[in-house]
Design a protein around this ligand. Structure first.
Ligand code: SF4
Length: 270
């Protein structure tokens, strides 16, 4: 019966305060707490940190990066084509470049609203739905600004040469604007380019890309259903693509010697 005392507040030491409601007791508070499964996001985080491999579901699921980069590459993912090994995977330079990118990514801590995930449903012609997964790097709720962070090399040099801002980065941040607008107010889209010595920010015009996203996905889904190969969209990013040998074999794609090869040297086809 001791637990049935009504309370006003429960102190850290467990002692009860004065009564404020006949309906609230320490016992009822304890009974209201129900144990549930560990939230999926936490489990995924722990699995990633522990290197536990779990299959990433790709069927009808796309990242925003999949949409703005080579469509053939997205098709290979949808088809479950085995990824190849990048020939420079183990070079010190390659590893440092990845780690440096991770360090620079810590810049996202500049805002409390960071790394916000979202799933965006896209209706397909046959009544099914595809899903686009997006993650905002940073969001400034005071100015209602979405910011996408891009760590790269030689920012100023790339700007002078006209390599930055890249079209795919512009489309990417505009996709975020389109996808997230139904959940958070968005007035500005920014791309923030950083290297070891410079930060350069671009303000990007907002455009509703709803139809563009749907068309882009529908074309890939059609290619899967019709067993058609989509032409590659060769760019400087091909060197990081893990389907280069396969792409060269399929024609109308990569234009340089493949820098990735099937794992173990075998000719893996799917
Ligand atoms: S190698 Fe280039 S063109 Fe071919 S699938 Fe990869 S990104 Fe696309």
């Amino acid at each position: 019966m001791e637990n049935k005392k009504t309370i006003q507040s429960v102190h850290a030491d467990g002692s009860d305060g004065e009564k404020i409601s006949a309906n609230i007791t320490t016992q009822s508070l304890l009974e209201e707490a129900v144990e549930i499964d560990t939230p999926k996001g936490i489990v995924n985080f722990l699995q990633k940190r522990n290197g536990t491999k779990f299959p990433y579901l790709t069927k009808h699921r796309y990242s925003v990066t999949d949409l703005v980069h080579c469509q053939r590459k997205s098709l290979y993912k949808q088809l479950g084509v085995n990824q190849e090994e990048l020939l420079e995977d183990r070079s010190i330079e390659g590893m440092w470049s990845t780690v440096r990118g991770d360090f620079l990514h810590n810049m996202t801590y500049a805002y409390k609203w960071r790394e916000i995930d979202m799933e965006y449903n896209v209706p397909l012609n046959d009544g099914r739905e595809a899903m686009v997964i997006g993650r905002l790097d940073m969001y400034d709720w005071k100015t209602k600004t979405v910011m996408d962070l891009k760590s790269t090399k030689n920012v100023q040099w790339q700007i002078k040469k006209g390599f930055l801002p890249k079209l795919e980065h512009i489309l990417q941040v505009q996709c975020y604007g389109t996808m997230f607008e139904q959940y958070i107010p968005i007035e500005n889209l920014n791309i923030v380019y950083v290297d070891n010595s410079d930060i350069v920010t671009y303000n990007i015009q907002k455009h509703d890309l709803t139809n563009w996203i749907k068309t882009r996905i529908q074309e890939i889904e059609n290619a899967v259903d019709d067993k058609q190969m989509i032409n590659g969209e060769p760019s400087g990013l091909c060197q990081f693509c893990r389907y280069q040998t396969k792409c060269q074999g399929d024609g109308n794609g990569i234009e340089h010697t493949p820098m990735s090869a099937p794992k173990g040297g075998s000719d893996e086809k799917k």
